[in-house]
Design a protein around this ligand. Structure first.
Ligand SMILES: Cc1ncc(COP(=O)(O)O)c(C=O)c1O
Length: 393
């Protein structure tokens, strides 16, 4: 396939209302920082999406939306084409953000004081929404063995006995783990046995490397699907997170009714005309863009891993099987975990996510977003190498 997109071309994100690039001075005390934290990419979105949005803006009327079938059909078709999931018709609802939906689902399906299982280190809003809603975080910590994260099933089984919900993150942020069919079946079996609802956040499912396959947990069996609510979105895949559009897949009518009643009660059924248009165009017309993006990202991933292995051997990286996030183990350089973030900002001049925000299991780690131009990634890694060399002499 001939390459169409020049991902190496610098995109100026200053002035694009980007949380990653705004107020660098305020956030880091300097504007001379490469921000590599929040999970969006420094690439232009696909030209088909930009063209469709432009055309829509030209119409000049932006009243309340009506979502015709073509929007839902584009989601059914994407899920079937990409993952072989033939979703039962009528099982998809549009939503704003995935995190919003997680908060609504926690409210709709649990009570104050209930336990909710997460697999930390994990995307920080999981724990935050659980706590903010006065539920209890039950941490089934992932276990790092020979550079790979594994599930402690014994611990999961114990926790499932008195939990209401399990929030699965597959592929997993920040570790980049893709759960295998065997792992998913075992997790699901324990949840079913203990009547634990599975909320499966699959937002990173389009970024898969090497021969990895994404398996939606609800696809594994009818029984599992009856106990699962899946969340996904085009926002990461097509770099349109600011359009705040995602979707909820729930094939069980009883669960769906509970969720929909909750939304109705608080009038949370609206969505955004630009977001839904972008979703439809992305899923219908931008698959090649997606594939090319993943190809470029895989090269970024390999570049970063090789660079660190050869040039900064004190650091260890967890090779991501998915996502554009690199989970780096800094524990051998001899810094206190509480000092790591400041070191990275002031000495390496890069803005990463401090591993501690993902739970205590992230202590001594940091997350680097490699969804950027390769030369920027190279500069960031050279800075990192220099700062560590200076520190350890
Ligand atoms: C696992 C995971 N879920 C959800 C989100 C955010 O989704 P949304 O912007 O739709 O709330 C992110 C963003 O980084 C994420 O990594």
């Amino acid at each position: 396939m001939a390459k169409k997109i020049n991902f190496d071309k610098k995109v100026n994100r200053i002035g694009s209302d980007s949380i990653k690039f705004a107020n660098l001075d305020k956030r880091y005390g300097s504007h001379d920082i490469i921000p590599m934290w929040v999970a969006d990419m420094d690439f232009l979105s696909a030209k088909e999406i930009r063209k469709a949005l432009k055309k829509r803006v030209k119409k000049g009327v932006f009243g309340y939306p009506y979502n015709d079938k073509s929007i839902y059909n584009s989601i059914y078709s994407w899920q079937e084409r990409r993952y072989g999931w033939k979703i039962k018709k009528g099982s998809i609802s549009l939503a704003s953000g995935v995190v919003n939906s997680i908060a609504f689902l926690i409210q709709a399906f649990s009570k104050v004081g209930d336990n909710i299982i997460i697999q930390s280190p994990v995307y920080q809003p999981f724990a935050r929404t659980i706590k903010e809603n006065e539920r209890k975080v039950s941490r089934n910590s992932l276990v790092l063995k020979n550079g790979k994260y594994e599930i402690d099933f014994k611990d999961f089984q114990k926790r499932a006995k008195d939990a209401k919900i399990f929030i699965l993150c597959n592929p997993h942020n920040p570790t980049g783990k893709v759960f295998s069919k065997k792992e998913l079946l075992k997790l699901a079996e324990i949840c079913l046995k203990n009547n634990v609802l599975i909320i499966s956040d699959e937002i990173h499912s389009d970024f898969l490397y090497d021969d990895k396959k994404h398996i939606p947990i609800a696809l594994l069996s009818k029984h599992i699907s009856k106990k699962t609510i899946t969340l996904n979105a085009p926002s990461k895949s097509f770099n349109i997170a600011g359009l705040m559009t995602s979707y909820v897949i729930c094939e069980d009518k009883k669960l769906e009714a509970i969720y929909k009643n909750y939304l109705k009660k608080f009038e949370l059924m609206d969505n955004n005309i630009f977001g839904t248009l972008a979703l439809k165009i992305a899923y219908k017309s931008c698959e090649e863009w997606m594939d090319e993006t993943v190809e470029y990202l895989q090269k970024n991933r390999d570049f970063a891993i090789n660079f660190i292995k050869n040039e900064i051997p004190l650091l260890k990286v967890i090779k991501p099987e998915a996502t554009y996030l690199l989970w780096i183990d800094f524990r051998k350089i001899g810094l206190k975990p509480s000092e790591l973030e400041k070191f990275l900002i002031t000495k390496a001049k890069i803005g990463l996510n401090n591993g501690l925000i993902y739970g205590k299991e992230g202590s001594g780690f940091a997350r680097l977003n490699f969804g950027t131009q390769r030369n920027i990634l190279k500069i960031a890694l050279e800075n990192l190498k220099q700062s560590i060399n200076d520190f350890i002499v």
